[in-house]
Write a protein that binds this ligand. Sequence first.
Ligand SMILES: Cc1cc2nc3c(=O)[nH]c(=O)nc-3n(C[C@H](O)[C@H](O)[C@H](O)COP(=O)(O)O)c2cc1C
Length: 190
Amino acid sequence: MKKVILLNGSPRAGGNTEILCRACAEAIEKNGCEAEIISFRGKSFRSCIACNKCKENPGECAIKEDGLNEIIEKIKKAEGLIVASPVYFGTARGDMMSAIQRIAMVSYGGDRFLSGMVGGPIAVGRRGGHTATIQELLMFYFINDMIVAGSDYWNIAFGKLPGEVEEDSEGLAVIAKFGGNVANIINKLN
Ligand SMILES: Cc1cc2nc3c(=O)[nH]c(=O)nc-3n(C[C@H](O)[C@H](O)[C@H](O)COP(=O)(O)O)c2cc1C
């Protein structure tokens, strides 16, 4: 079965990003693909240090101690990649940007494993900065030759305290539709 990896960029257990990732994963599975959510909780990702070692040793990042290489290995075996982040000061959480920039660099330095993967971003916040966050995360998709799925609205949802996003039924429906579309595109392509 084709697989979609969902990166949950929140540090919080039971948080709103996690709830959205679960709704998205459920829709992916209903539409015939496997889904795996990888949480950033308890992890810390440094930014790319521009060492270019991923060109000398293609397929892996020289920063080995934070577990990103294990995530990269999972991404390489999947057909889809979704990145979900809480909005922090109007943009994506820093660890998410650090992680995807390093993932992109490793893909560039090697066999471009991101090329042709299907997915898209998800953003959740209390009140503002969601669309800027989506736009910021989209930069990762388009430069990496990836295929972005749509929905009935942008992939944004509202909530502050963990669990509050459950009250945003429109947001949850948009994310579920997006997840279904990701799975459908993957199945049509393969
Ligand atoms: C450092 C920090 C900055 C935040 N900045 C914003 C913001 O700019 N806009 C917003 O709508 N919410 C902001 N929030 C609220 C979170 O986006 C919101 O609580 C979100 O639901 C957190 O997702 P999580 O439960 O998955 O961690 C911020 C929260 C933190 C901790």
